[in-house]
Design a protein around this ligand. Structure first.
Ligand SMILES: *[C@@H]1O[C@H](CO)[C@@H](O)[C@H](O)[C@H]1NC(C)=O
Ligand SMILES: *[C@@H]1O[C@H](CO)[C@@H](O)[C@H](O)[C@H]1NC(C)=O
Ligand SMILES: *[C@@H]1O[C@H](CO)[C@@H](O)[C@H](O)[C@H]1NC(C)=O
Length: 277
């Protein structure tokens, strides 16, 4: 059923090289060497990463279906533990958003949205919304979510009411609001900036397909294209590659703004430093 979601990203190849030995590897971020710290491995396409600053957990959605069937489950890895734990009770859990300020995590799946408090261990999962198939979510002062297959944007209001965001008339894949209250959206054509208070769509040339877009703790938007991680240069509306990494599926940031990304099988944190012997 959710196969169509993955077809959107069919231009990506999912080549995988199996690493037997755990040797130190380096990646440059902003031309500075970073070490790859593997947080979890052996996963099947971990998407939609989100970092819980309260309990230092990295959440993700991954594919648990058989080869010809896509079904998703939300899981997380705790600090220092490679083996993921499953979040039960979220049917086809695909989307995750965290409000770290208030300590709330939102889980989106094929039957709606649920939430859980991050400050309590073993907190109860509460239903927020039913009858929505959720494709992607973003949190800034409120929860925004994109439904499937309409690809419309909605905002969750107090008392769990839902407001269609009609000013975003496009059928979108992703939506973020950055630290300047500017909006980035992606659709079939590519990436567009909508500056705060304006309607104009400013097209960003370059990569057209993004598996993940996230805003770091400073409010800077990061875009994961086919060949790497980009940030936006708003002066000339171009994308700047800050790290060359192929086959990225998801991105998030820890409390220190270290990049955490996933590829088809692993979740990796990039920590400043070299691999000296
Ligand atoms: C959380 O729940 C699990 C399973 O029910 C239990 O084993 C564990 O002790 C609980 N942890 C806390 C902190 O209550
Ligand atoms: C994507 O959005 C842009 C900006 O509104 C629009 O010009 C373009 O036609 C849209 N692409 C598709 C395929 O709808
Ligand atoms: C523009 O930013 C201000 C805060 O700087 C915010 O109050 C306002 O809601 C924003 N407008 C839009 C359209 O997002």
């Amino acid at each position: 059923m959710m196969l169509a979601i993955l077809c959107v990203f069919v231009l990506f190849s999912t080549a995988y090289s199996n690493e037997e030995t755990k040797k130190c590897e380096e990646v440059n971020v902003y031309d500075k060497p970073h070490q790859k710290h593997v947080l979890s491995m052996g996963l099947n396409r971990p998407y939609q990463l989100a970092f819980d600053k309260h309990q230092h957990r990295t959440f993700f959605s991954h594919n648990v279906g058989l080869d010809n069937e896509d079904s998703f489950e939300i899981a997380y890895v705790e600090k220092g533990e490679m083996i993921p734990k499953v979040v039960h009770d979220v049917k086809n859990g695909f989307a995750i958003a965290i409000d770290n300020k208030d300590g709330i995590i939102y889980y989106g799946g094929s039957e709606g949205i649920k939430k859980e408090h991050l400050k309590e261990k073993n907190a109860t999962i509460h239903e927020v919304l039913k009858n929505h198939n959720v494709w992607d979510m973003f949190y800034k002062h409120a929860l925004y979510f994109i439904t499937y297959p309409s690809q419309h944007l909605y905002k969750l209001l107090p008392k769990n009411e839902v407001e269609h965001q009609k000013h975003i008339h496009e059928e979108i894949y992703q939506f973020v609001i950055d630290g300047h209250n500017d909006i980035f959206i992606t659709n079939k054509t590519g990436l567009f900036l909508i500056k705060n208070g304006t309607d104009e769509r400013i097209h960003y040339k370059g990569p057209k397909i993004f598996r993940a877009i996230e805003v770091n703790n400073e409010g800077k938007a990061h875009f994961c294209g086919k060949n790497g991680i980009y940030t936006a240069n708003k002066a000339d509306h171009t994308l700047v590659m800050i790290a060359e990494i192929k086959h990225i599926f998801g991105i998030t940031f820890d409390s220190n703004d270290n990049i955490i990304y996933s590829d088809p099988h692993e979740i990796v944190k990039l920590v400043p430093g070299t691999c000296e012997k």
